[in-house]
Design a protein around this ligand. Structure first.
Ligand code: HCA
Ligand code: CU
Length: 389
C-alpha cells in the first residue's frame, strides 16, 4: 500500500503567480483530508510570515492527515517549522557533485555532516516527528553518493528518504536513469545495512514523464508518492493527484481508501484560488475528460457511456457531458433537446434538420455551442420558421 503526499500548498505555490492565503490553505487541506490524503505539505515557514501562519493553522486544525512543513537544511529553519506544531518535516539538501562544487562549494563530507546535524537536532526536539530527507536532484546524483547520504540521514533519525527528480530527468526507458532502478537499489543497499526507511518519490514533469515515472516507482515498491492538484508546481509541475489515484487503483490500491467524490470541489477551489483554469483536456478532471462529441460517439454513448470510455468513475469525479458543434449528428441534437426540456421537437423532422443545420453554421466560429444558453435560441428560431411556413 502506498501513501499519497499532496504538495499543492507547497510545490503548487511554486507555480509562478500562485499565492494561497492561510485561510484558503486550510480550506484546501480540509478537502484533501476528506479525500483521505495521508500527508499534506503546507510550505516552508521560514519563507514568509504568511506561510508560517498557514502551517500553524493547518497543523492545529485537527485533520487526520499528517501535516508537514518544508525546510532548508538549516537549524534555524527547522526550529521555525517545529514551532508551528507539525507532524512531518521535509528537509532537502542536494549532494549532487555539480551542486556541491558549483553552488555550495563544499565537500561531500561537509554536506553529510550538515545533514546529520540538522536531522539529529530535529529528532531531539520532537522524537515522534516524521522526518523526510531529500537529496535534491537525486536522479542526477551518483547512486553511491545517494546511498551514502541516505544511510547517514537514516542513522541520524530520518524516517523517509525521498528520491526527487527535481529537473524531470528520469525516464523508465533508460535503466540507470529510471525510478525503478533508484527505488530498488536504495532499498536493497540500505536493507543490507539493516536500515529500512520509507522511500518517497517526487517526479517533475519536464519531459512529460512525471506520471510514468511515478508508476514505475510504485511498481518497484515506492512507499510514498508526491502529487499536486492539476500537477501544479515549478516549471511544468509534478504528478496530478486525480490521475495518479485512478492509475494506482488499477495497479492494486483499493479504491475504498479514497473518497473521490470530493475531487470535483477540490479542483474547483484550487483552480479558482490559483487563478489557473483546469485544462479542458486534463485526464479525469478536465471538462472534456468525459465529454462526447462526434456523432458516432454520441450515438453509441447514449446506449452505454463505456462504449467510448474506459474509466467508470465519471459520475463521482466529473460529469458525463455532451458537446455540440460541427461533428454533431442527430442523436446529439436529440440529447440537447432533452437537456433543455424540448423533447417534443424531436418528432418534427423539418425542425430537426433546421436545428442541425444551424448548429453547424454557428460551429464555424470555432467554439462549441453552449447547450443551456445558445442552443435554445437556435431551437426557437427553427420552430418559429416551421410554424410560419
Ligand atoms: C524545491 C525542490 C523540490 C524539493 C523536493 C523535496 C524538488 O522546490 O525546493 O524536498 O522533497 O523538486 O527537488 O521540490
Ligand atoms: Cu519539486
Amino acid at each position: 500500500m502506498c501513501q499519497i503526499l499532496d504538495s499543492t500548498l507547497r510545490e503548487g505555490e511554486q507555480t509562478p503567480g500562485v499565492y494561497f492565503t492561510p485561510e484558503i490553505k486550510l480550506l484546501i487541506a480540509q478537502y484533501l483530508d476528506q479525500i483521505g490524503i495521508d500527508i499534506i505539505e503546507v510550505g516552508n515557514p521560514a519563507v514568509s510570515p504568511e506561510i508560517c501562519e498557514a502551517v500553524t493553522l493547518v497543523a492545529n486544525a485537527g485533520l487526520n492527515a499528517k501535516i508537514g512543513a518544508h525546510s532548508l537544511c538549516r537549524i534555524d529553519h527547522v526550529q521555525k517549522a517545529l514551532d508551528c506544531g507539525i507532524d512531518f518535516l521535509g528537509i532537502f539538501f542536494s549532494v549532487a557533485k555539480h551542486r556541491l562544487e558549483r553552488d555550495y562549494q563544499i565537500t561531500i563530507e561537509k554536506a553529510i555532516e550538515q545533514v546529520v546535524e540538522v536531522i539529529r537536532y530535529a529528532k531531539a526536539q520532537k522524537p515522534n516527528l516524521l522526518i523526510r530527507y531529500t537529496p535534491e536532484d537525486t536522479t542526477r546524483t551518483s547512486i553511491e553518493q545517494v546511498i551514502e547520504i541516505a544511510s547517514a540521514a537514516v542513522q541520524a533519525g530520518a524516517d523517509i528518504i525521498s528520491i526527487a527528480d527535481t529537473t524531470g530527468y528520469a525516464t523508465p526507458f533508460r535503466s540507470n536513469r529510471s525510478y525503478s532502478y533508484f527505488v530498488k537499489t536504495l532499498k536493497e543497499k540500505l536493507a543490507a545495512q539493516q536500515l529500512y526507511p520509507k522511500i518517497a518519490v517526487h517526479c517533475h514533469n519536464d519531459r512529460g514523464l512525471a506520471l510514468a515515472n511515478a508508476l514505475d516507482a510504485y511498481k518497484a515498491g515506492a512507499d510514498i508518492i508526491d502529487v499536486t492538484v492539476m500537477g501544479l508546481g515549478e516549471r511544468t509541475g509534478i504528478v496530478d493527484l486525480a490521475t495518479l489515484l485512478v492509475n494506482v487503483m488499477e495497479m492494486g490500491e483499493s479504491e475504498l481508501r479514497w473518497d473521490i467524490k470530493h475531487l470535483k470541489e477540490l479542483y474547483h477551489i484550487v483552480s479558482k484560488y490559483s487563478n489557473t483554469s483546469i485544462p479542458p483536456l486534463l485526464p479525469i478532471m478536465g471538462k472534456n475528460a468525459f465529454t462526447h462529441y462526434a456523432g458516432v460517439h454520441v450515438k453509441a454513448v447514449a446506449k452505454d457511456p463505456m462504449l467510448y470510455q474506459s474509466i467508470d468513475i465519471a459520475s463521482l469525479t466529473n460529469t458525463n457531458n455532451l458537446a455540440l458543434g460541427m461533428q454533431s449528428g442527430r442523436t446529439s441534437v436529440e440529447l440537447a433537446l432533452k437537456q433543455i426540456g424540448q423533447e417534443k421537437v424531436i418528432n418534427n423532422q423539418l425542425s430537426m434538420s433546421c436545428i442541425l443545420n444551424q448548429v453547424k453554421v454557428l460551429a464555424k466560429r470555432g467554439t462549441s455551442i453552449d447547450i443551456d444558453h445558445e442552443f435554445p435560441q437556435i431551437v426557437n428560431q427553427c420552430v418559429l420558421l416551421e410554424n410560419c411556413e
